[in-house]
Write a protein that binds this ligand. Structure first.
Ligand code: 5AD
Ligand code: SF4
Length: 472
């Protein structure tokens, strides 16, 4: 049994990680053929991509996927810690699994992801949820086959969570959800320690993958006909800072662009690490999409300082306008937190003013959620829940207004769209994403799926566009 410890997770060591390659024990291959797994994923794209690895690991053991948890032999939750409601959802689901286990005691239940890295969650599971058979964390996904096999063998609750990042494991199998778009990890963890954020504890220190491993993965995707890669990291702009030499995000972006993959995206960028050489590369390579996610979090300098964000409103705006001026048609999206402890009405008004100035193409807005173990969770917070909800609503009205205005500007323009499939609501419509990452539904034949095609925008809504195929 190996339990997580937040204090240890906070420490940053100089120790270099080793690069290891994944190998499955031959004896486990196909051992569970005929069994079914159900996997539910919460949270960010990093978690979604981890789930693509988890699925492939289970499939090597012989498991097949089912989307109905009531039919599954193995039920696994890949969890998120970022805000309290993500926690609550996962615990709600565990409650349902518990009922199922009362009817079918032979089922096996597991929990992994960021919540598994939280001390208190694991203690609660040990004390109050004996029906959970096994727990593993974000640093030892590769151990799933062995751990699961042990748990099935011993019938004990198996808990194995490393507090610190271990080695980087390359060549894990992956069950990609799309045959057109792929996630590629470039950097794990985060060293920024924004005061509200649990991620540096649950995902460990910044560790970049070797550039050769990244480029090889992208080249393989190109070979398989993939149209788009999204380079993933909690803070992709810090890429390379933990490695020897001067090779950073700008150089990596350029090398990925040279693979000729048709589309490149990257998330998430911390404004502090966004360099002018990155802007220069984005400008020069048309396969790097003009769409940048640049979380601002707040428009007040006092709050930004309390958040530990390392930039001011003025320096954010300078970068924002540089991106807008230098990268043609650049769409910028953001994340904003309202109701940070002690945020005054005037400080909230500064956030509103910034949202009005930036006219973001998209924005994810949140109410501050205290996360145990983070510095901000200890701050006095006199603002009521109602007040915070009202601020969120006011902010949403402002940002939504600009989503619509930005979308309306595209009417009658022809934009490139990677077609992903038929619309869930209407079988006769296709859907895809524009270069600037806007969802568009349009009329066209199904053989366009998987291709990047021109689509003329005919109508704009707040969160999507309508259009028609414009292939002449
Ligand atoms: N409360 C509310 N929002 C948070 N985020 C991160 N931590 C918290 C928290 N404790 C938001 C930030 C971040 C996004 C992924 O989630 O805006 O950019
Ligand atoms: Fe969290 Fe992002 Fe700040 Fe890192 S940069 S601590 S992931 S908000």
């Amino acid at each position: 049994m190996l339990l997580p410890n937040l204090k240890e997770a906070r420490e940053r060591t100089k120790k270099d990680y080793q690069r290891q390659e994944y190998h499955l024990d031959e004896a486990l291959k196909g051992k569970y053929t005929g069994k079914k797994y159900y996997l539910k994923t919460y949270g960010c794209q990093m978690n979604e991509h981890d789930s693509e690895n988890i699925k492939a690991l289970l499939e090597e053991l012989g498991f097949d996927e089912t989307t109905d948890y009531k039919n599954a032999d193995l039920l696994l939750l890949n969890t998120c810690s970022i805000r309290e409601n993500a926690h609550n959802k996962a615990f709600g689901m565990l409650g349902r699994f518990k009922h199922l286990k009362e009817e079918r005691p032979e089922i096996v239940i597991g929990l992994c992801g960021c919540m598994a890295q939280e001390e208190q969650v694991v203690i609660d599971i040990m004390e109050r949820a004996p029906f959970v058979n096994f727990v593993f964390g974000t640093h030892n996904i590769h151990r799933l086959p062995t751990l699961l096999d042990e748990c099935l063998h011993t019938k004990h609750q198996e808990i194995e969570v490393y507090s610190r990042e271990g080695d980087i494991i390359e060549k894990m199998p992956v069950h990609r959800e799309s045959t057109y778009k792929a996630f590629v990890n470039i950097i794990y963890g985060c060293d920024k320690f924004c005061t509200y954020c649990i991620v540096p504890y649950t995902r460990g220190k910044q560790q970049s993958r070797k550039k050769e491993d990244i480029i090889d993965e992208v080249l393989e995707l190109v070979h398989e006909g993939y149209q788009e890669v999204t380079l993933l990291g909690q803070n992709v702009n810090a890429y390379g800072k933990d490695l020897e030499g001067d090779y950073g995000m700008a150089e990596l972006l350029e090398d990925v662009a040279k693979t000729n993959i048709p589309r490149i995206r990257f998330v998430t960028s911390h404004p502090w690490d966004f360099t002018s050489s990155m802007i220069d590369v984005i400008k020069r390579y048309p396969n790097i999409m003009p769409s940048i996610h640049l979380p601002v979090q707040s428009g007040s300098d006092r709050i930004l300082k309390l958040m530990g964000r390392r930039y001011t409103k003025a320096s954010y705006l300078t970068l924002f306008h540089q991106l807008k001026e230098q990268i043609p048609n650049c769409a910028i999206s953001t994340d904003i937190i309202v109701g940070f402890p002690g945020e005054t009405n005037a400080e909230f008004e500064e956030t509103l003013a910034l949202a009005k100035e930036c006219k973001f193409d998209n924005a994810f807005t949140f109410i501050f959620s205290p996360r145990a173990g983070t510095p901000a969770a200890k701050l006095e917070d006199p603002i009521t829940k109602e007040e915070k909800e009202e601020r969120l609503q006011r902010l949403n009205e402002v940002v939504n207004h600009y989503f619509l205005l930005n979308n309306q500007k595209l009417i009658d323009q022809t934009v490139p769209v990677l077609v992903e499939g038929t619309s869930e609501k209407n079988e006769n419509l296709l859907f895809g994403y524009t270069d600037t990452n806007k969802l568009i539904n349009f009329e066209g034949s199904k053989d366009l799926i998987g291709k990047i095609v021109p689509v003329k925008v005919t109508e704009a809504k707040t969160w999507s566009l309508d259009g028609v195929y414009d292939g002449r």
